[in-house]
Design a protein around this ligand. Structure first.
Ligand SMILES: Nc1ncnc2c1ncn2[C@@H]1O[C@H](COP(=O)(O)OP(=O)(O)OP(=O)(O)O)[C@@H](O)[C@H]1O
Ligand SMILES: [Mg+2]
Length: 258
């Protein structure tokens, strides 16, 4: 059964797209089939982050021309599939959110996970993305303004009776200027399920237009995204999944015998 995960935040620039593509790639490391859909039409960055700015068919084309959504499905590194929105200014127009919802629902059965990189704020498109989610993952940084916005997102999800799986804290320095995990959980009454550190390698990965989980699998942020995938799947994360271990090595590690 396909699970729809919505990556949400009321505030922009918190790390939604970074999380969508890296959690997506991390889930593929665990052998899952994943589609990341760019539903942030005001800042459609998925294709830019993944080095595919000139794709022939985008989600906009599908919406405008009644195409099948799979016409805009592209395979990226490590088997991650993406459905990009158009980064072109000429396509910057109001989106028919009812049609969009219908199209997204048609992805059911086509992957293990559909990850929606949603728009900031609370417009019709952001709300219809949240309504589609089986689980909502709220992205925030550990500062008060961001946590206050995260609270709005959580309340919005709750209004539509959606399960908020947890908060993903990004760009974490773990210094005294930040709110602690405990403080954040108490303000939001929601568990923090990942701490993604501030990590220079993310910038390097953006430069070479790839997910950091793919280009720098051992980087601190990559490890954290894989731990998040492991948490969501309820499966133990074994680092050697990506290394050239024999099947026997891998099986023994999974069983805790090595
Ligand atoms: N853990 C991190 N360490 C360092 N830089 C990061 C980290 N996470 C995200 N960034 C950087 O922060 C910036 C914003 O990230 P991103 O584009 O993922 O945010 P967003 O929420 O999708 O933004 P928007 O609201 O515009 O869609 C990017 O430059 C990204 O490279
Ligand atoms: Mg984004």
């Amino acid at each position: 059964m396909t699970k729809f995960l919505v990556i949400a935040s009321s505030k922009g620039g918190m790390g939604k797209t970074t999380t969508a593509i890296n959690l997506g790639t991390a889930l593929t490391v665990f052998g899952r089939d994943v589609i990341v859909v760019d539903c942030n039409f005001s800042a459609p960055n998925v294709s830019l982050y993944l080095g595919a700015p000139n794709i022939s068919t985008t989600l906009h084309d599908v919406l405008d021309n009644d195409k099948d959504i799979t016409d805009a499905l592209y395979m990226h590194s490590m088997g991650l599939k993406i459905i990009p929105a158009s980064p072109s200014l000429k396509d910057n127009k109001k989106i028919d959110h009812v049609k969009l919802s219908k199209l997204l629902k048609s992805l059911s059965g086509k992957a293990d996970f559909v990850i929606i990189d949603s728009a900031e704020g609370m417009d019709d498109v952001a709300i219809s993305s949240i309504k589609l989610g089986d689980e909502i993952l709220v992205v925030a940084t550990p500062e008060l303004p961001s946590i206050s916005d995260a609270l709005r997102t959580i309340k919005l999800a709750q209004k539509y009776k959606k399960k908020v799986r947890g908060v993903i804290l990004t760009r974490v320095y773990e210094d005294e200027l930040e709110l602690s995990k405990k403080q954040i959980e108490s303000i939001l009454e929601t568990p923090v399920i990942a701490l993604i550190p501030e990590d220079e390698t993310i910038r390097e990965a953006v430069k070479i237009k790839n997910p950091v989980t793919h280009t720098h699998p051992s980087a601190p942020s990559s490890q954290s995204y894989k731990e998040l995938a492991s948490e969501l799947l309820g499966e133990k994360y074994v680092e050697s999944v990506e290394k050239q271990d024999t099947l026997m090595d891998y099986a023994m590690k999974r069983l805790g015998l090595k």
